[in-house]
Ligand binder design. Structure first.
Ligand code: ASP
Length: 462
């Protein structure tokens, strides 16, 4: 007999069916044994009647056993119907149960809102935590959001391009994870902190509209709600000005909310546009929370923050790019850019999207001319030799007909977190790491064998 998914059982009243899934709960009432069974489509109540040949086996089954059940779908008596529930009108009369696998008692109650459970335990048994209803919803909604973005991009003629995970160390601002090369002992790849350079090079390659659901890796000290790896909706467009990217993004977010979260309302459209300077002066922050009612779980206050400074001072008094060194300069500040005067007043042609006090994304119009790019490197005190060594490929690409371009990279984890009303991004990532960057389920990072170390030519200094 073919398996029927639980959400289709209603269509089989009076018929015999076969279902597979987990025992969500078992309630033994002596003469009768009740079950809730669960598969990826939902739940159904089953009952083993006193004379059923399945009675003996039913007595030995515990929660979370994996089973296949043969039974008959009966309409429930009118008074027992629960109209608001999937299968609230029917019940499975169990004729036969086959145990496919047993299960030890769960280390915590997966029927609860597991946010109350110790997080280390949840992370160690993430595959069980993910069985809980809330986590299933979060991960499934994440998939819907990503599918929406992918579809939206394709409808607008973007092409998804996979860019390398192994690349050359060319710091854009964050510390990179390094990967030793076995074939070239003593040499290293790094993991991308974002596909920034590849997406710009895709513009030089004349694709005009690129996107990628991109994994980014950053080896930062873990502060706040950060993950060493996270996901961005990374995109780039050619022949655009700032306004084009802002309006494209804005329309996309409005449609996302309308389609997937119709109960939510956006406080203001078009999204307010605030300069960095105004935002700091007025709100003391470059990610102001503009909600009218902070207790309203359905309010979404988007805002654009524009005109960020191009350069900033590090703690050691050195100069660095505030976003990354590929941002174009605000045309009004070209004079100081050329003269190098009052350098911290120079603005980038950049923008952030903020939602309810969180930064969702940064982006900018980029430099597409060699001379301007070299001038930025010069102001960053990167010598000619270093420029060639680290960014020679970018400078070279700009010599071969690079179009004007710009882009953006909304952070998927934060978007899902805010839309799902979760307090941190770990709740919307299937297998996240702890605040200290550890995977408690796999126990990573971990030591590797001497043989592996030798192969990649690495000695550990204790
Ligand atoms: N690559 C940038 C980032 O990860 C985003 C962008 O400028 O498009 O922040």
């Amino acid at each position: 007999m073919k398996r029927t998914y639980i959400d289709k059982l209603r269509e089989h009243v009076g018929e015999e069916v076969l279902i597979s899934g987990w025992v969500d709960v078992r309630r033994d009432q002596g003469k009768l044994v009740f079950f809730d069974f669960r598969d990826m489509t939902g739940k159904v109540q089953g009952v083993v009647l006193p004379a059923s040949p399945a009675m003996e086996i039913a007595k030995g089954i515990r929660d979370e056993f994996v089973v296949t059940v043969r039974g008959k779908i009966n309409e429930r008596p009118e008074k027992n119907k629960q109209a608001d529930r999937l299968n609230g009108g029917v019940e499975l009369e169990i004729l036969e149960i086959t145990i496919l696998n047993g299960a030890e008692p769960m280390p915590f109650d997966i029927h609860s809102d597991t946010r109350e459970v110790n997080e280390e335990v949840r992370l160690k048994y993430r595959y069980l935590d993910l069985r809980s209803e809330r986590m299933q919803k979060n991960i499934r909604m994440r998939d819907k959001i990503i599918s929406f973005f992918r579809d939206y991009m394709h409808r607008n003629n973007f092409v998804e391009i996979e860019t390398p995970m192994l690349m050359k160390g060319t710091p854009e601002g964050s510390r990179e994870y390094v990967v030793p090369s076995r074939l070239h002992a003593g040499k290293f790849y790094v993991l991308p902190q974002s596909p920034q350079q590849f997406k710009q090079l895709s513009m030089v390659a004349s694709f005009e509209r690129y996107f990628q659901i991109a994994r980014c890796m950053r080896d930062e000290d873990q502060r706040g709600d950060r993950q060493p790896e996270f996901t961005q909706l990374d995109f780039e467009m050619s022949f655009v000005e700032r306004e084009d990217i802002l309006s494209y993004t804005e329309e996309m977010f409005i449609e996302l909310v309308k389609k997937l979260y119709p109960e939510k309302k956006i406080s203001e459209t078009p999204f307010p546009r605030i300069t960095y300077k105004e935002s700091i002066e007025k709100y003391g922050s470059d990610k102001p929370d503009l909600r009218k009612d902070k207790n309203d779980a359905n309010e979404l206050a988007f805002a654009w923050i524009v005109d960020f400074p191009m350069f900033e001072k590090t703690k050691d008094g050195e100069i660095q790019a505030a976003h990354h060194p590929f941002c174009a300069i605000n045309p009004e500040d070209k004079e100081n850019f050329m003269s190098g005067e009052d350098i911290f007043s120079i603005r980038a042609n950049s923008y952030d999207l903020v939602l309810n006090g969180y930064e969702l994304s940064s982006g900018s119009i980029r430099i597409h001319q060699e001379a301007e790019q070299k001038r930025v490197f010069e102001l960053l005190n990167i010598s000619e030799e270093e420029q060639q060594k680290k960014f020679g490929h970018m400078l070279s690409a700009f010599k071969f007909g690079a179009p004007p371009h710009g882009g953006f990279a909304p952070g998927i984890d934060r978007i899902v977190m805010l839309l799902q009303g979760e307090p941190n991004i770990r709740e919307v990532i299937a297998f996240p790491k702890t605040g200290e960057g550890k995977d408690l389920m796999m126990d990573a990072p971990a030591e590797i064998s001497d043989k592996q170390l030798k192969e990649v030519g690495i000695k550990i200094i204790k």
